[in-house]
Design a protein around this ligand. Structure first.
Ligand code: HEM
Length: 461
């Protein structure tokens, strides 16, 4: 039997390392203690067990509603200040399952494809702001695109004064909580003190209050004039009834809408910005991608774009190399269990380290190199490649994010010739509870591009 090991430094030292240099710290721990180790962060959930062993991840994540493990809501308390107590993220057990079932369908299959038009329209709007000969901030543009797209999916609108105000406030809220200092406030609720409008927590509360007001106004108006023909998520949630025939309360609706608005845009905006970076950092990747896109001719169908193998490989490698979500949400041990040689007791809290799993040499040789070909040469299991987690809490928006990223990339790349405004290397850093680029990526607009007529045979031969 193996003993769980982890750093012995004082808790506050481990916490500082985790807050300020999370990826480096995980790598150092993995080098020293292996692919299952502990960390102590001084929270109620110590010690936290970090797992990046695919066999162990499979055992945990394929059983997280079973006898051995659970995917509780209480361990996501860190999100409560943002999302409230009734969010799919902060709920556990049967309530969690029920909310998931309600919220999944709009993000999958044919329903999702109805957003293709919005994605194209919003991307064109943002592209029209870029000028030939000038550079633009990639992250600002991708964030504007993903925020408007999620607003359309959730409320059925992204225009008009309320939508614009919400867009501005949501961006402010996420900026306000992006620093490592703010993260400490989320980890330690006793630091959450309102010391006035200029204090970090006070500012957070005031922005949140304004957002809530707008969301409640929208809910109120929609309740007053319920329009059955609308297909947005707010309508769907308003029409839903539980086993007792009860509809969701305004507070429940607010928490779910806030969850989708925040989880649904910042992550995708960062991932999309990374994709633009890698594609323009390596001209051969861009050339290959354009050759593949050109085979589809002008105005290609979204299903054809989704199926392009090289575009898919570039997308997967982008999600692998610097995953926006470093960890899965916590899972908890329910009964004594042997996890690949370690005996774990009930109550032990485990997190999947997506970052470390994606950096395993045995799966991804030269893991620090951007090589899309890996995804053409072999298939990875859902426990070897898991940018969206797996199991009972697998990301609700995984298909939506993939769809949106591929559509935006196809549209922008085939319309414009772009290049990196400077070649400085960009690294990932913590941004709030996820990761993002350490500085702004800027792309220079060289000119318009016309689709060259190519056949798939010519590209692959
Ligand atoms: C590139 C974009 C995204 C990334 C990398 C990402 C990543 C993740 C990860 C790692 C998890 C935790 C999974 C687990 O614990 O097993 C998660 C959960 C979640 N994501 Fe995403 N996500 C993205 C986009 C989205 C979008 C577009 C939406 C909504 C439209 C969304 C909504 C959610 C929700 C609601 C959960 C919680 C699910 C639950 O607790 O049952 N995400 N995401």
């Amino acid at each position: 039997m193996k003993q769980l090991q982890g750093p012995q430094s004082p808790t506050f030292v481990q916490t500082l390392q985790w807050v300020f240099r999370p990826m480096q710290y995980m790598e150092e721990c993995a080098k020293r203690y292996g692919d299952i180790f502990t960390m102590r962060l001084g929270t109620a959930f110590d010690p936290l067990v970090y797992v990046s062993n695919p066999k162990a991840l499979q055992q945990i994540l394929s059983n997280d509603t079973g006898k051995q493990f659970a995917a509780p809501g209480e361990t996501n308390i860190i999100f409560e200040a943002f999302l409230g107590k009734q969010s799919v993220i902060t709920l556990g057990g049967a309530q969690h399952q029920r909310q998931r079932q309600l919220m999944m369908p709009p993000f999958h299959g044919d329903r999702m494809r109805t957003y293709a038009e919005t994605i194209a329209k919003v991307t064109e709007e943002i592209m029209s702001q870029w000028q030939v000969g000038k550079s633009f901030s990639v992250r600002t543009s991708t964030q504007a695109i993903t925020l408007r797209v999620i607003m359309q999916a959730v409320f059925g609108l992204y225009d008009g004064p309320r939508a614009q105000q919400l867009e501005k406030l949501l961006s402010e809220l996420l900026d306000q909580t992006s620093s490592s200092f703010s993260v400490t406030l989320f980890y330690f609720p006793f630091l959450q003190k309102d010391l006035g409008a200029w204090s970090p927590w006070g500012k957070f509360l005031r922005i949140r209050e304004q957002i809530d007001k707008l969301i409640y106004q929208e809910i109120g108006e929609r309740r007053a004039n319920f329009d059955r023909s609308r297909t947005d998520i707010l309508n769907l949630l308003m029409a839903a009834r539980d086993e007792a025939g009860e509809a969701m309360t305004d507070e429940e609706l607010r928490d779910e809408l806030m969850t989708l608005l925040t989880a649904g845009h910042e992550t995708t905006a960062t991932a999309l910005a990374w994709a633009f970076y890698w594609i323009h950092k390596f001209p051969e990747v861009r050339e290959k991608l354009l050759a593949e896109l050109d085979t589809l001719g002008e105005n290609p169908d979204c299903n054809a774009i989704l199926k392009l193998p090289y575009l898919n490989a570039v997308y997967c490698e982008t999600m692998r190399i610097y995953p926006v979500g470093m960890l899965t949400f916590p899972r908890v041990v329910k009964e004594p269990v042997n996890l690949v040689g370690y005996d774990l007791q009930p109550g032990t809290i485990l997190v999947g380290s997506i970052y470390l799993t994606h950096r395993r040499e045995d799966l991804y040789p030269e893991p620090e190199k951007f090589k899309p070909e890996r995804f053409l040469e072999r298939l990875f299991s859902p426990y070897e490649f898991l940018p969206f987690g797996a199991g009972a809490r697998r990301c609700i928006g995984f298909a939506f994010a993939q769809f949106e990223m591929k559509m935006v990339l196809a549209k922008v790349l085939s319309s414009l010739d772009l290049e990196l405004a400077d070649n400085t290397e960009i690294k990932p850093v913590r941004r709030g509870l996820v990761t993002a680029q350490n500085r702004s990526i800027r792309l220079l607009v060289k000119g318009e591009r016309t689709v060259k007529s190519r056949t798939l045979e010519a590209v692959t031969s």
